[in-house]
Design a protein around this ligand. Structure first.
Ligand SMILES: *Cc1c(COP(=O)(O)O)cnc(C)c1O
Length: 355
C-alpha cells in the first residue's frame, strides 16, 4: 500500500535524467538512503531495477570466477543469492538451516574456518519466504575479524527495522523500493563500504554485467554525471517522497510502529487458531508467517480474502507452497486498522470469533 503523497509524486512533470533539478533529487535520495541504511558510505544509490537487480549487483561486483563465497540458506531468497553467485563462476559454500530458522553464528564461524579463502559471506536479514529474522551483529563481527566481505540482503527489512549497516560491519547491503520503504516496485537501493569498493576495484576481470557495474554507475551518480543509462525519473520521485515520509516520521518511531502492529497481528492470528511458523525471538515485525488451523486450506483462504474482502496476502514459496500464509504489514500498510480488518475477515471465513 502506498501513502497518497507517494502516489501523487509520480504525476509531477517529467524532468530529463541530467536536468539539474533531477540531479538534486538524485543527491537527496542518496543522502536519505544513507540515513535509513544507517551508514556514511559514499557509494549509496538506488539501482534502476527491482530488489533482485540490487541482489545481483551485490555479487557481480565483487565475485570473479573461482572466488569463494559462503551463503547462508534458510529459504527461497538464500537459494536465489547462491544461484546468482554460482553464475558469477564463484564456488559457493552453502550453510543450510531448515526453513523458518536462522543461521547460528557458530555455523558461519565453522564455514570460515573450513574455507579460509572465502572472499565474502552473504546472509538474508529478513527471509521473506519464511518470516525469520537473521541476527547480524555477531556474524558481522566475526566476518570482519576474518577479513571477508559481509553481504546482507535487507530487501524486506529496510525501512521497517534497524539494519545498522556501519555498526554491524556490513560491506554490501541492498534492498528494494516496494517493501518497508513504501514506494512502488522498480528501484533497488544498495550501499557499498570502502572495503567493498576496494575489492571491486582490485578485480582482475571486468564485471560481467555492464548494466550493474558499480564503477560505471558511480560516474553517473557521483560528481562526473556521465551518462550511463537513463534513470527511471518517475520512480526516483516516488522514492524521494517515500524516503521523506520515512525520515519525517522518525526512523525509531517507524520501527516501533512496525513492531507494535506486527505483534498485534501475531496475537490475533494465534487467537484464531493459526500457528506461527517462526519461533518467538526470531520473528519479523513486517512479515508474519503462519500455518493454517487443521482442515483449513491456505490457498482457498487466500483466494476468498482477495475476492470477498479485497485483502491480498501471500502464500508459501517453494517447498512451503500451499501450506503457509505470509502476511505483510509494510510501510504505509503497517496500521492497526488493517490488522483489525484482516482478523475480522479471517474470523468470518473460518466462522470463528477472535479469542
Ligand atoms: C522481495 C525480495 C527480493 C527480490 O526483490 P524483487 O524486488 O522482487 O526483485 C530479494 N530478497 C528478499 C529477501 C526479498 O524479500
Amino acid at each position: 500500500m502506498l501513502a497518497p503523497g507517494v502516489l501523487s509524486s509520480m504525476t509531477a512533470p517529467m524532468l530529463g535524467h541530467l536536468d539539474p533539478a533531477f540531479l538534486a533529487i538524485m543527491d537527496d535520495n542518496q543522502s536519505l538512503l544513507r540515513q535509513v541504511f544507517d551508514t556514511t558510505n559514499r557509494l549509496t544509490v538506488p539501482i534502476s531495477g527491482t530488489g533482485s537487480a540490487a541482489m545481483e549487483t551485490s555479487v557481480v561486483n565483487v565475485l570473479e570466477a573461482e572466488d569463494e563465497i559462503i551463503v547462508g540458506i534458510a529459504g527461497y531468497f538464500g537459494e536465489r543469492l547462491a544461484e546468482m553467485a554460482r553464475r558469477c563462476g564463484a564456488r559457493v559454500h552453502e550453510v543450510r538451516e531448515a526453513a523458518g530458522r536462522t543461521i547460528p553464528p557458530e555455523k558461519i564461524e565453522k564455514a570460515l574456518g573450513d574455507h579460509p579463502k572465502a572472499k565474502a559471506v552473504a546472509l538474508i536479514h529478513a527471509e521473506t519466504s519464511t518470516g525469520a529474522c537473521q541476527p547480524l551483529e555477531e556474524v558481522g563481527q566475526l566476518v570482519r575479524r576474518h577479513g571477508s566481505l559481509f553481504i546482507v540482503d535487507a530487501v524486506t527489512s529496510l525501512g521497517g527495522m534497524p539494519i545498522n549497516v556501519d555498526a554491524n560491519h556490513i560491506d554490501i547491503c541492498y534492498s528494494c523500493s516496494q517493501k518497508c520503504l513504501g514506494a512502488p516496485p522498480g528501484l533497488g537501493p544498495i550501499t557499498l563500504s570502502e572495503r567493498a569498493t576496494h575489492a571491486a576495484r582490485e578485480r582482475s576481470t571486468p564485471v560481467q554485467s555492464w548494466y550493474l557495474d558499480m564503477a560505471l554507475l558511480t560516474k553517473y551518480w557521483g560528481s562526473e554525471r556521465t551518462y550511463h543509462h537513463t534513470a527511471p525519473v518517475t520512480m526516483n520521485y516516488a522514492l524521494n517522497a517515500a524516503l521523506h515520509l520515512a525520515v519525517g516520521e522518525g526512523l525509531a518511531q517507524r520501527y516501533e510502529r512496525h513492531k507494535r502492529v506486527g505483534e498485534l497481528l501475531e496475537q490475533g492470528l494465534e487467537g484464531l487458531g493459526f500457528r506461527l511458523f517462526v519461533d518467538a525471538g526470531h520473528r519479523l515485525p513486517m512479515l508474519t508467517v503462519v500455518e493454517c488451523p487443521p482442515r483449513v486450506d491456505a490457498e482457498t483462504l487466500r483466494k476468498r480474502l482477495l475476492q470477498e474482502y479485497s485483502i491480498e496476502v501471500a502464500g508459501g514459496l517453494g517447498e512451503q507452497r500451499g501450506k503457509l500464509l505470509r502476511i505483510g504489514l509494510m510501510g504505509y500498510g503497517a496500521q492497526e486498522r488493517n490488522v483489525q480488518y484482516l482478523l475480522y475477515a479471517l474470523g468470518k471465513l473460518l466462522d470463528r470469533k477472535p479469542a
